[in-house]
Design a protein around this ligand. Structure first.
Ligand SMILES: [Zn+2]
Length: 356
């Protein structure tokens, strides 16, 4: 599927085929109309699909998106200028990646228009590892990384790009390091170590903004996320499927959000098995990576659903229940819901304690 890439070239999320770089792709609301059916309060949408937004509205959105990018660039450039003034900037901003279990990305500053925005103390640069075992780990939960349209049915699903960028920068400066959920499980099993302040950054449902907005911002720190997608939404959108393949190639972790994003507690045994086990098979085949974790659609689960997830061979599963993830409940992992309304202080407190 990537015949156009020279074999020697490292796969990268920046190897974006031309057709995915069309300005239309910058429309963060491509799937916004679906958002209200893909939340924790509602489940499957009807089959009907929307047509494109009016072109005037789209143009306005593009202008807003472009303005956001310029703002981010300006902030990053200012930060770099400041750090250079005191002579402490090293350009090695991807320090956090050093302890990750994935290949080190190249220095962020070499190709990024943004460069590394901070010169914060690298709290864990010594590689000091936390005790393996019982550590509670924050798993952040995001949906769309975009400004909510005025008529959004569930505006809490949206976090603006600039807000997201500030949150990632905060995590970095506070010494957090994003890790995969697989590594957390390895550490809980005593087979790996975690940094002093690990955090898992998860995204639900699969939206273009995960690839277009979240990934480039996280890459400033050498970080990768956990993306939970249902198969149906990828089957319906070749573009989204291609985006997720690129993220998977770049080292993002892929999780299953079932086949069709149903309320699993309403399904019979056979349907349940198909949604849970069938999605693991097809997602793994289509994305080219193992699918080790499940994410309960709309946060709905019960004992029967948990049993089906275990039966299908997953290592663990994430919920929408608030809190920190614990080794003692691998199939009921709590998460920290992030919303636009949080202050940065509120965000910091939530990451620390798991609750608002
Ligand atoms: Zn969902």
């Amino acid at each position: 599927m990537h015949e156009d890439r020279p074999p020697s070239q490292e796969p990268s999320i920046w190897d974006v085929p031309e057709r995915f770089r069309a300005p239309d792709d910058w429309d963060p609301h491509t799937r916004a109309s679906e958002a209200h059916e893909r939340t924790d309060t509602a489940v499957r949408r009807p089959a009907a699909q929307t047509s494109g937004a009016p072109s005037a509205g789209r143009r306005r959105l593009l202008v807003i998106a472009a303005a956001a990018v310029l703002l981010l660039a300006a902030v990053a450039a200012t930060a770099v200028a400041l750090t250079r003034e005191d002579g402490t900037a090293t350009g090695g901003g991807s320090g956090p990646a050093a302890a990750d279990d994935s290949p080190s990305p190249e220095p962020a500053s070499s190709r990024d228009p943004f460069a590394s925005p901070t010169s914060s103390p690298r709290a864990s640069a010594s590689g000091a590892a936390a005790e393996p075992g019982e550590a509670a780990v924050p798993i952040l939960m995001y949906h769309l990384i975009a400004a909510a349209p005025a008529d959004a049915a569930y505006p809490d699903l949206y976090v603006r790009p600039a807000t997201f960028a500030r949150q990632m920068r905060y995590l970095h400066e506070a010494g957090y390091q994003a890790v995969s959920l697989g590594r957390v499980f390895d550490a809980w099993a005593g087979a790996a170590t975690l940094p002093d302040k690990p955090v898992v950054i998860s995204f639900d449902d699969g939206y273009p903004s995960h690839y277009l907005t979240a990934a480039p911002i996280m890459r400033l720190y050498g970080w990768k996320g956990l993306l939970n997608a249902d198969w149906k939404v990828l089957d319906e959108s070749p573009r989204l499927l291609a985006q997720l393949r690129l993220l998977a190639e770049a080292g993002w972790e892929m999780g299953s959000h079932a086949l069709t994003h149903p309320d699993l507690t309403t399904l019979s045994g056979e349907q349940l098995e198909e949604e849970v086990g069938g999605s693991r098979t097809v997602l793994s085949e289509q994305l080219g990576v193992p699918i080790d974790f499940f994410c309960y659609p709309a946060g709905r689960y019960d004992d029967e659903v948990v049993a089906a997830v275990k039966e299908a061979g997953y290592r663990g599963a994430t919920t929408t229940d608030p809190g920190l993830a614990l080794k003692s409940e691998p199939f009921r992992l709590k998460r920290v819901r992030v919303s636009e309304r949080m202050s940065l202080e509120g965000f910091a407190a939530a990451v620390r304690s798991g609750t608002l």
